[in-house]
Design a protein around this ligand. Structure first.
Ligand code: ADP
Ligand code: MG
Length: 331
């Protein structure tokens, strides 16, 4: 069981950023309004995610750490998935490759804590916490030194963590996010902060865009709102005059999940074919929403690729909506 967890962990947790992604998605699934992520040394020595979500009941803490235990799906309809999690793999995987401490408190009960280190689970003990959940992961891959060697510099890993947080922050504009780096001790340095946005979805998204990509992008963005055969496309795309587009300024989501999908990236590029040179990427934050049965999000363990039932429709929707928007804006 320990070895199986370590092997499976490699699928889910490749680097600190993948651990951060799993923990922040859990916080979002728990209904958090604010999520704080603390890292040290690129997340290699410390990742701590604190949320104000629903919490985990003390007697369910061991369950949360057992493989394929998820509270998010009943097994009857694997396709009909609305939350981020559904495999019940993240926490056991993290507990297999690092030192994991989970402290949590549900309304009306006392806080409790459980520890897992290299797969060994401690008894539940009482703890102090005002509410929500704190998951702390120290010394990622200490139990699997071979994997440690594959990690990049602290700077590169910090960059990857920041990218994951910005993508999730874009996906959830009504949730507040803070990233703090405590590598040099003390309270550390806040390296990213986005307070919860208000207003309707487009207002919130526009505010979050300004926060994540900067005011210049937000001011040079086309509002996109289109539909075709059950696929809904919303969001913002940069006017061709915005010159700072790159792969890291493309935020693509399918049913609320950040994806890096070739079909979507290609469609976006195709829409700008006449406006941008081949080496340039248009900046955009675009959301494709559809009935869960029209898309398989389960293609890749890290869940960043998807497979549409009808890729042609999705491509056509993106290309035509963006070209229409660009034409209306005088391009
Ligand atoms: P999954 O997210 O796929 O269900 P995880 O291993 O990530 O699997 O988490 C296992 C379970 O632990 C979740 O289904 C959820 O019930 C609980 N859990 C994990 N993190 C949190 C959190 N931050 N707040 C509340 N519950 C959580
Ligand atoms: Mg999860």
């Amino acid at each position: 069981e320990g070895a199986i967890n370590r092997i499976a962990a490699g699928e889910v947790v490749e680097r600190p950023a993948s651990a951060v992604k799993e923990l922040v998605e859990n916080a979002i699934d728990a209904g958090a309004q604010h999520i704080e992520v603390v890292i040290a040394d690129g997340g290699k020595t410390l990742i701590r995610v604190r949320d104000d979500g629903c919490g985990i009941a003390a007697d369910e803490l061991p369950l949360a750490l057992s493989r394929h235990a998820t509270s998010k799906i009943d097994g009857s309809d694997l396709l009909n998935i609305h939350s981020f999690g559904f495999r019940g793999e993240a926490l056991p995987s993290l507990g297999a490759v690092g030192r994991l401490v989970i402290t949590s408190r549900i309304a009306g009960e006392d806080a409790a804590q459980i520890t897992v280190s290299a797969g060994k689970i401690s008894p539940i003990r009482p703890a102090a916490l005002s509410g929500g959940t704190v998951v702390e992961l120290r010394d990622l891959f200490f139990a699997t030194p071979a994997r440690l060697k594959f990690l990049r510099t602290d700077r590169a890993e910090t960059q990857a963590v920041t990218d994951v947080i910005k993508r999730l922050a874009m996906a959830e504009p009504f949730v507040g996010f803070t990233l703090r780096d405590v590598s040099s001790g003390g309270e550390g340095r806040v390296s990213f902060r986005a307070d919860a946005e208000t207003g309707d979805l487009f207002d919130a998204l526009h505010g979050r865009l300004a926060r994540v990509l900067g005011a210049e992008f937000a001011e040079n963005a086309l509002k996109i709102d289109a539909e075709r055969e059950g696929f809904h496309l919303t969001g913002y795309a940069a006017l061709p005059t915005y010159s700072r587009g790159s792969a890291v300024t493309q935020f693509l989501f399918v049913n609320g999940r950040p994806v890096k999908d070739k079909l979507l990236i290609g469609a976006l590029k195709g829409a700008y074919f006449d406006f941008l040179s081949r080496d340039r990427h248009p900046a955009a934050a675009l959301f494709v929403d559809c009935d869960p049965h029209l898309v398989d999000v389960n293609v890749h363990p890290a869940k960043s690729e998807v497979r549409f039932r009808d890729p042609g429709v999705v491509r056509g929707l993106i290309v035509s909506a963006l070209r229409h928007g660009l034409a209306e804006a005088g391009h």
